[in-house]
Ligand binder design. Structure first.
Ligand SMILES: Cc1cc2nc3c(=O)[nH]c(=O)nc-3n(C[C@H](O)[C@H](O)[C@H](O)COP(=O)(O)OP(=O)(O)OC[C@H]3O[C@@H](n4cnc5c(N)ncnc54)[C@H](O)[C@@H]3O)c2cc1C
Length: 527
């Protein structure tokens, strides 16, 4: 690393790579490994400790090859389930491309050291989750799948150049092509020059007061892409997981009670013991997440209770099958084998993001995105459970290869230090309260207008620290969610408008957004 080098009186460090990967979750590390194995010099940046990948519980949805299957599952069935959950907004070709490549990507992960639970030696144990018509979810450590995925990838990537505590602040580009990443570390500002950059920055759960996401999920990738002039889409579709542990704490990351608990027979009831989902959907407690989250939200409104309950007392061997859930419950003073678990819906997953193709390519030459930050068309208006690790594995690997190939043809790049920028931010607590009040499980036009007015009060903030940057990124991402939710005058997937409760067939199209330099609320791209 060269540092500091004078530039217009400002010192900054510099680094060179063929491919820069931003993020060390499933998408980032799979991409980095693929680029490295293609012979390119890779630098990986990560700002935070734990990733969302680490916390994933339920598993990875994957269709096994015929020879390894005993049931009637097929790529067609998995595609059909994904399209049904996506409520008319998935790109069917993208879904098929990713689902059909799933087993290969999982085998690569096994080659990198991941071990999944087996029903009998040599045969993976398969579970079922909401919206899946078949048992096709592989898992590890019972309900610690993400920890195993992360452990395996961290091990495989140990030989890579991984820079922790490095915050990507800005995507640098020139003449329609990416040239590097402006980065902040303990030495101050620096540039990693590279002709290929892969955004793998994960989600944006911390837009809300309470979320299942780790502290680093602050919408950075969406903001970075929008500041670079790229379009984002489907950001109105934020998935609220129906069963986040209600432990009485005010906010921040809260434990998830994986959907697989319902897959194994647990039922959602209110304080009177009445089913929460009876009569709501033919699949009952295993209906798609938006349906179950909406039912939980409606029951809490109707009863005035602060939570509903997940009764898992009938599941045999609960502690062994769900050690992570058991530990989280016990830490909150709840024994899930003897008492129903109090749960509420919590901000969990961003179905939308930076628009890419199924190889992670964005519209800016050399810029790729994969994982939760990307919008490939896989999830549409609602992600099917356990499809995100799958997408991260498949598209992460493809993006790594494509970025490596691009770097080879583009050759070395030279990025320029940009002029200092101030962007606008709301104080985080204020932003989270406004988002939780106006853009949660159920929204309406008046609330979204209030949200937009609140965002207008955001004040300029210099980017002197990770917190400054995250507040700015959150505020930009909130503007995009507000714009997307305001523009969609219907209810579809995980976007529920109380003033437009019906689904409107005429609106079965994605509405890309581009940022407007004058406003925090981006414009919808028409046509
Ligand atoms: C509790 C929980 C349970 C889940 N269970 C499942 C499940 O069972 N199955 C499933 O398929 N999905 C599950 N999901 C969703 C899934 O885990 C995530 O969507 C997926 O892991 C995201 O992977 P990713 O690589 O895109 O991002 P992440 O794993 O979140 O990684 C993001 C990385 O980007 C870095 N980063 C972010 N911004 C910056 C920046 N500005 N500069 C530098 N670095 C940055 C972070 O430090 C981190 O390293 C779950 C999610 C949660 C939270």
């Amino acid at each position: 690393m060269t540092r500091p080098a004078a530039c217009g009186g400002r010192g900054y460090w510099q680094q060179r790579a063929d491919v820069v990967v931003i993020g060390t979750g499933v998408a980032g590390l799979v991409a980095a490994l693929a680029a490295h194995r293609s012979g390119r010099k890779v630098v990986v940046l990560s700002k935070a400790g734990n990733t969302a990948t680490f916390y994933a519980q339920g598993g990875i949805a994957v269709v096994l090859p015929d020879a390894l299957r005993e049931d009637g599952d097929s790529v067609d069935a998995h595609v059909a389930d994904t399209l049904a959950a996506g409520a008319g907004l998935c790109d069917p070709d993208a879904v098929r491309s990713i689902v059909a490549d799933g087993y290969r990507a999982v085998r690569d992960l096994v080659d990198d050291g991941a071990r999944f639970d087996e029903a009998v030696p040599g045969r993976w144990s398969l579970t079922r989750e909401g919206g899946h018509s078949q048992r096709r979810i592989i898992h590890a450590g019972g309900d610690a799948t993400g920890a195993e995925v992360q452990r395996a990838l961290d091990g495989a990537a140990a030989r890579l150049d991984i820079r922790r505590n490095h915050v990507a602040l800005e995507l640098l580009h020139d003449a329609g092509a990416v040239t590097g990443v402006l980065t902040l570390n303990e030495d101050g500002l620096g540039i990693v020059h590279a002709p290929s950059v892969i955004l793998a920055t994960g989600g944006l759960g911390h837009l809300y007061t309470a979320t299942t996401n780790p502290e680093g999920s602050t919408g950075d990738g969406v903001a970075l892409a929008m500041w670079a002039g790229l379009a984002v889409a489907d950001l109105e579709f934020i998935q609220f997981h129906p069963t986040m542990l209600f432990d009485g704490r005010a906010g921040g990351r809260r434990p998830l009670i994986t959907e697989a608990v319902r897959g194994e027979g647990a039922v959602l009831v209110d304080a009177q013991g009445n089913s929460v989902t009876a009569g709501v959907h033919p699949m009952g407690d295993l209906a798609p997440r938006d349906v179950v989250a909406g039912a939980v939200d409606a029951r809490m409104v109707a009863t005035g209770d602060p939570c509903v309950y997940l009764d898992a007392r009938g599941i045999k061997g609960f502690r062994k099958r769900f050690p992570t859930v058991t530990a989280a419950c016990e830490a909150a003073g709840i024994d899930p084998t003897r008492q129903p678990i109090p749960v509420v819906p919590g901000a969990h997953y961003s179905c939308g993001g930076v628009i890419t193709d199924v190889d992670g390519r964005t519209e800016l030459a050399g810029l790729f995105a994969a994982g939760e930050v990307a919008r490939t068309g896989m999830h549409g208006a609602n992600r099917l459970a356990s499809n995100s690790l799958l997408e991260g594995l498949v598209v992460g690997g493809r993006a790594g290869k494509a970025a490596a190939a691009h770097a080879l043809t583009a050759g070395p790049s030279m990025a320029q230090l940009p002029e200092p920028t101030t962007r606008r931010a709301l104080p985080r607590a204020e932003l989270q309260q406004a988002m939780t009040r106006y853009a949660s499980v159920v929204r309406d036009g008046d609330g979204l207008r209030s949200l937009a007015q609140g965002l207008d009060a955001a004040m300029p903030r210099a980017l002197n620290s990770r917190t400054d940057f995250e507040d700015v990124a959150l505020t930009t991402a909130a503007g995009a969610v507000a714009a997307a939710a305001s523009a969609r005058h219907e209810s579809r997937g995980c976007h529920h408008r109380s003033d437009f409760p019906e689904t409107d067939p005429a609106q079965a199209v994605a509405a890309p957004l581009v940022s407007d330099a004058r406003s925090l609320i981006p414009a919808v791209v028409c046509g």
